[in-house]
Design a protein around this ligand. Structure first.
Ligand code: HEM
Length: 274
């Protein structure tokens, strides 16, 4: 079952050109939704205005080479391995959701645009992608979501912000049920198409576009640390440094001659929830 391509049987009823057309429409919907989202929230405008403001407090200029190194670090850390998550459960769930989605979408597109392919690997990856997405998304929804895990709210409470995760859950669930029940034009196929249309058509209202914005924000965060601007936040002082003690002569009054390094306040408690 894992090795059979459900789109091959489907092409007996629905011409491949229609399926290809559907994928193109979904790509256009994602592009349109992302642009509308940017215009509505003014996120791009705010992002560049903020970057310009941050540059004014820069202590040094960051070279092109350093920027390439930072972009590579963002790609390896924040993008490919979800390195922004401190909580290991959230990180693993995000990795499953993100990579599951990517594998599922890419294999769907290849199978539909190369219907002559007889590769058994593609359908296997398609099912594995959908399963990874389902596991990551259900885990997140029932056990990790901040309002459920930390605020104790019921798991079934719905808000507009849940549109993204719910449409991901529905798309992977109905895709798998559709394939496991033999494919074809069935009620599960209709539910699969309905949920994927909500996923790709709902970008303007959901958190879908974060996958494009977050890498830019992560890069900008690295730039402000490297150029010393730090958005005007104070540096991480080493209180045992005589230079720092000269600058803040009252520190020993409160904390003794060799003040302990208290670390970042945000790290005072293990990242359990967020
Ligand atoms: C196929 C790609 C991706 C999928 C399916 C995905 C999925 C998700 C989901 C389901 C959530 C929880 C959303 C919620 O609260 O409802 C989330 C949050 C998050 N994602 Fe992604 N993600 C993707 C790509 C990325 C990328 C490329 C980055 C970073 C470079 C990223 C960074 C984050 C961060 C930092 C959060 C937590 C903060 C927040 O809730 O705003 N994601 N993602």
């Amino acid at each position: 079952m894992f090795t059979s391509n459900p789109f091959v049987d489907l092409s007996a009823t629905i011409p491949t050109a229609y399926m290809q057309g559907y994928i193109i429409v979904m790509i256009l919907l994602v592009m349109g939704g992302t642009i509308l989202d940017m215009l509505h929230k003014k996120s791009a405008k705010y992002f560049f205005a903020n970057a310009e403001k941050a540059q004014k407090s820069a202590k040094r200029s960051v070279s092109g080479g350093e920027k390439v190194a930072m972009a590579t670090a963002v790609l390896l850390n924040e993008v490919l391995t979800s390195g922004e998550f401190d909580n290991p459960r959230r990180r693993i769930s995000h990795l499953l959701t993100m990579w599951g989605t990517i594998i599922f979408i890419v294999t769907t597109a290849i199978m539909i645009f190369s219907p002559e392919s007889t590769s058994a690997l593609l359908p296997q990856l398609w099912h594995i992608g959908a399963l990874m997405l389902a596991v990551g998304a259900y885990w997140f929804w029932f056990f990790i979501r901040a309002d459920v895990a930390a605020e104790g709210l019921p798991a079934f409470r719905l808000e507009r912000a849940d549109l993204f995760i719910l449409s991901l859950m529905a798309t992977s669930t109905f895709a798998l049920i559709w394939s496991f029940t033999g494919g074809g034009v069935t009620v599960f196929f209709a539910l699969f198409i309905l949920s994927s249309t909500v996923l790709f058509g709902g970008v303007y209202w959901s958190k879908f576009a974060h996958m494009f914005f977050k890498p830019a924000a992560a890069f900008q965060k690295r730039v402000i640390m490297a150029d010393g601007g730090r958005e005007n936040l104070p540096p991480d002082y080493d209180l045992t440094d005589p230079e720092v003690q000269r600058k803040f002569p009252d520190v020993p009054t409160y904390m003794g001659k060799n003040p302990p390094n208290m670390g970042l306040c945000i790290k005072a408690e293990r990242a359990n929830h967020y």
